[in-house]
Design a protein around this ligand. Structure first.
Ligand code: ZN
Length: 492
């Protein structure tokens, strides 16, 4: 199969046609969350971005193996090689087992993802479940001369690596510049150079999360898990590695160095990075008081929020920007997204009620072709949404009688609208009765069926039946409005 999709590869710094190694199979690895706190806005953007890529690749006909990990060990404070493990620290504060913390926040991450209609990955490996693979990788790197052991810890030897390969090629850093700019070691450190990073850390006697290794009891370095788990599930070479731009250095740079040191070649062929979210123009941070969890957004319970925003409003808002642009959250911008989403969902409902005509005054094929062209161009969801919203206007024009469509075109438009809005962009109508998309479609269809029966009753002057259907629906929370040529309904 020949691909139409172009993606910007951070590694080559240009857009490239996406051609998987073993089409129709495509392998994608995305760095998942470190599970030590409630999921927040910063989690939503990579999740939605790579969910979109997963959905679009699937739409294009690829069989995608999407691996997204859970970091439940080894991520030390400040992303550094020193300091406490983030999960261990939280467990100490809450007086729980580290695995209770990891489980609790994995569960809350999953429920936030489900609310955002983010599909589960094909495989979701945990770092703590892959200690054997990580130890094997450390051995390989040691054997090839790119690491050294000191006092029960193993460090990656960046200088030795840089003599043979280029360290810093992803982030564009140059080692000689880093050497002049980094602090000198304070003598307490086991590392030969400040930019060396831990592959394996010796566990202090009080450290809870520890495993046996050839170098004594310890735990893996944070960067190592992704190299070990991606190669385990996707092979030594795979198609796409994704993540947030904040992970590019040092995390992804170190992943590349580890894979090349262990195998002699790059693991991922394409690196895709989503840009960051800012809040009212500022970087999000706990110390700045603008740290908003997804739960707070969904319930409106943060002092910066003037109202609650539904998960679908958040998703729509994220999709309104190209994933490589920064995205600024503000109440005004979210309220605008909410309105846009409502218009889109209302048009989706109107589609089922459009009256066919003998001829079409609009070319319905443009909806899918325009949206595909936008998404093929490095997942330009901003442009895809512009095209889709153009069709929202068109649907309203047909409804108002200003434009006409044949029955075949209405059917095709409904199908393409569903494909783009719901299957690819992953939006859904959360206002309808919950029970999965099938249940929601069924409720909408049943309401339309009852209202069509009511129209027949009215036409036959059976006002008792017509009134009963209306009042019973009202009692169920369905507001019915009679219009010139039919009806409209909404769920309160
Ligand atoms: Zn990672």
């Amino acid at each position: 199969m020949s691909s139409t999709l172009q993606l910007y590869n951070t590694l080559s710094r240009k857009k490239e046609i996406f051609e998987p190694l073993n089409a129709p199979h495509a392998g994608m690895y995305v760095c998942g969350p470190t599970v030590y706190g409630d999921p927040h806005l910063g989690h939503a953007r990579p999740a939605v971005t790579f969910d979109l890529l997963f959905r679009y690749l699937t739409f294009l006909g690829y069989k995608v193996r999407y691996v997204r990990n859970i970091t439940d060990v080894g991520h030390l404070e400040n992303d550094a090689d020193a300091g406490e493990d983030k999960i261990v620290r939280k467990a100490r504060i809450e007086q729980l087992e580290p695995m209770e913390i990891a489980q609790r926040y994995t569960t809350s991450y999953h429920s936030a993802m489900e609310a955002l209609n983010v599909l589960p990955p094909s495989i979701e490996p945990r770092a703590s479940g892959h200690i054997i693979e990580q130890i094997a990788m450390v051995r390989k790197i040691l054997n090839r001369g790119f690491a050294y052991e000191v006092n029960g810890s193993v460090y990656f030897d960046v200088e030795a690596y840089n003599k043979k390969y280029a360290y810093g090629k992803l982030s564009g850093r140059v080692l000689s510049d880093m050497m002049t700019n980094t602090r000198t070691l304070d003598g307490q450190d086991d590392k030969r150079n400040p930019f060396d990073f831990a592959l394996w850390k010796k566990a202090a006697p009080e450290h809870i999360m520890r495993w046996e290794s050839p170098w004594g009891d310890g735990f893996p370095g944070w960067h190592l898990e992704c190299s070990a788990m991606s190669s385990k599930y996707l092979g030594e070479t795979f198609d796409i590695h994704g993540g947030g731009l904040d992970l590019m250095f040092p995390h992804h740079e170190c992943e590349i160095a580890q894979s090349v040191a262990a195998c002699g070649h790059d693991a991922a062929r394409m690196w895709v990075h989503n840009n960051m979210i800012t809040i009212n123009g500022q970087k999000m941070g706990k110390s700045l008081g603008n740290f908003i969890t997804l739960e707070e957004l969904f319930t409106g319970s943060h002092r910066l929020l003037v109202q609650a925003y539904s998960p679908m409003t958040i998703r729509f808002f994220i999709l309104q920007a190209h994933y490589r642009s920064t995205l600024d959250f503000s109440n005004e911008a979210l309220q605008a997204a909410e309105k846009g989403l409502q218009r889109l969902l209302a048009a989706g409902k109107s589609l089922a009620l459009l009256k066919p005509s003998g001829k079409s005054t609009l070319d319905v094929s443009s909806l899918l072709s325009d949206c595909r062209a936008a998404l093929d161009d490095d997942l330009n969801t901003a442009m895809a949404l512009v095209s889709l919203m153009e069709w929202v206007k068109n649907i309203n024009s047909v409804k108002a009688g200003a434009e006409t469509l044949t029955a075949d075109d209405i059917a095709r438009l409904s199908k393409d609208f569903t494909t783009v809005a719901f299957n690819i962009l992953g939006l859904k109508d959360s206002s309808q009765a919950d029970g999965g998309s099938v249940g929601k479609d069924l409720s909408a269809n049943l309401i339309n069926l009852l209202l069509n029966l009511r129209m027949q009753a009215k036409a036959g002057k059976d006002f008792a039946t017509s009134d009963k259907i209306r009042s019973d629906l009202t009692a169920l929370g369905v507001t019915v409005k009679d219009t010139k040529d039919g009806f409209e309904w909404s769920i309160s």
